[in-house]
Design a binder for this molecule. Structure first.
Ligand code: UDX
Length: 450
């Protein structure tokens, strides 16, 4: 079976790499010829652990190739995945122009049966539009060629995408024909061994599953952040409360870590998109509106703490920041809390010195020369008035606190990811602030670390 993947971005490349890894012949397509040239030379446009090695290995084996020639790729394939971008248009809704252009290309170029699978995260009802676009092109050509559409949303976490693809919690596929089901079963067979389930459903339900999953996860995060803020006020410790509730298997201990709000390319966009779908159908998703509000406020919690510590006067203060990406193991800064926090610090007149293990180049696109960049985390501390942790990169978890304390002007740490133990911080002599814990209070039990 030959598979074409249109859109060589994050999802397309991971999908292409993993399908070819199990021996399937894959052609990855993109309209960006520079990107395709680079990929053919082994230059990968994104940072994702394990991806580069996997792409290179399969290119060498001859079962993975890159091209801009979509017409050729379509003619040769039985299954085609659409994984192009759906950037928000002016009113914030997903712009389907790239998705539908691929659908039209399919209709214009296919000579034989084709299963067209949408992997891009698209609003509920998009597969129907894809189907119509293909059929219109076939009608224009006055040909009668069989095809099917399917929806196969991805649940890949950045930084762990390869593992998520190879050993998925589940694979969700929406379709409306036996032929499509048989094809998808055989394509995904290598990934469903060892009990990873393939869940078939109708197309609209599959489209909805993607949004409902991300909205549920975003809800967990906003819920725990809301509770964290209350913990701090009443003198409870969210780390203990999290352990206390997470051990109830109905709640579970995953995705209830408090922090400075969710970011990334999915949760913010998908929560907004689902709220919009609700309003299109005159249904108000009240919980999700609150999830979004809590998240927007949460992104400023660390700024507010810093501002309060310096009595509302950040003018000429220097703030060292460790971590800029929206989470560890990625250079992605889309919707990262750091964007909002750095902006507020600069507006308040502070100087900002930053270090991130991989997101420095990305950060330069956002902040230019308005902040200073350092290759070493300790260098950010020289002449800084405090340290703020915005991403929980492993290398920040066990610093030499003696050096940190010596380099900082005032011994203040603002930990947006709760990576340190408050008692230990006190022993080191720091003024320590984190999320959901009143760190000025003496609690008997020790706050646990992530
Ligand atoms: C997410 C989904 O997990 C994935 O299934 C979907 O396909 C795409 O969106 P991703 O955006 O890569 O993946 O990141 P994820 O690891 O889910 O984290 C999202 C955000 O939530 C990050 O900003 C992270 O810091 C935050 N988060 C996560 C918390 O604040 N607390 C938690 O307990 C978990």
């Amino acid at each position: 079976m030959k598979v074409t993947i249109v859109g060589s971005g994050y999802v397309g490349l991971v999908t292409g790499a993993c399908f070819s890894e199990v021996g399937i012949n894959v052609v990855c397509v993109d309209i960006d010829s520079k990107k395709i040239d680079n990929l053919n030379k082994g230059i990968i446009p994104i940072y994702e652990p394990g991806l580069e090695e996997m792409l290179m290995r399969n290119m060498k084996k001859g079962r993975l190739s890159f091209t801009t020639n979509i017409a050729e790729a379509i003619k040769d394939s039985e299954v085609l995945f659409i994984s192009v971008g759906t950037p928000p248009d002016e009113d914030g809704s997903a712009d389907l122009k790239y998705v539908l252009a691929v659908a039209r290309d399919c209709g214009k170029n296919m000579d034989d049966y084709l299963l067209v699978v949408t992997k891009s995260t698209v609003p509920v009802g998009t597969s129907e539009k894809v189907k119509n676009a293909i059929q219109e092109e076939l009608n224009k050509r006055k040909v009668n060629i069989a095809f099917n559409v399917a929806s196969n949303p991805e649940f890949l976490k950045e930084g762990a995408a390869i593992a998520d693809f190879l050993k998925p919690d589940r694979i969700v596929i929406g379709l409306d024909s036996q032929r499509a089901e048989d094809l998808m079963k055989s394509l995904y067979k290598p990934f469903t061994l060892n009990g990873h389930p393939l869940i078939f459903m109708d197309i609209v339900s599959a489209e909805m599953t993607k949004y409902a999953a991300n909205a549920m996860l975003a809800t967990k995060i906003s819920f725990i952040n809301d509770i964290a803020n209350l913990c701090e006020i009443v003198g409870a410790d969210i780390n203990l409360v999290r352990n206390g509730i997470g051990s109830d298997s109905r709640i579970g201990n995953k995705f209830i870590y408090p922090g400075i709000g969710y970011g990334g390319s999915c949760f913010p966009k998908d929560v907004q998109a689902l709220i919009r779908t609700g309003s299109e159908y005159k249904y108000e998703l009240r919980i999700l509106k609150a999830v979004e509000d809590v998240n927007n406020d949460q992104k400023l919690v660390i700024f507010n703490k810093i501002n309060k510590y310096f009595n509302g006067n950040l003018n000429d203060k220097t703030i060292a920041i460790w971590g800029l990406s929206f989470k560890p193991q990625t250079d992605d800064m889309r919707e990262a809390p750091a964007l909002k926090i750095v902006k507020k610090l600069l507006e308040a007149g502070a100087k900002v010195k930053v270090y991130d293990p991989v997101a420095m180049e990305e950060a330069k696109h956002h902040f230019g020369d308005s902040i200073s960049y350092y290759d070493d985390q300790h260098e950010t501390l020289i002449d800084a008035d405090c340290l703020a942790i915005l991403t929980e990169w492993p290398e920040f978890k066990f610093p030499n606190f003696k050096i940190v304390s010596k380099l900082l002007n005032s011994p203040a740490i603002f930990d947006g990811r709760n990576i340190y133990d408050k008692n230990e911080m006190r022993e080191h002599g720091f003024d320590y602030f984190c999320i959901g814990v009143d760190t000025t209070k003496n609690l008997i039990a020790s706050s646990s670390i992530n």
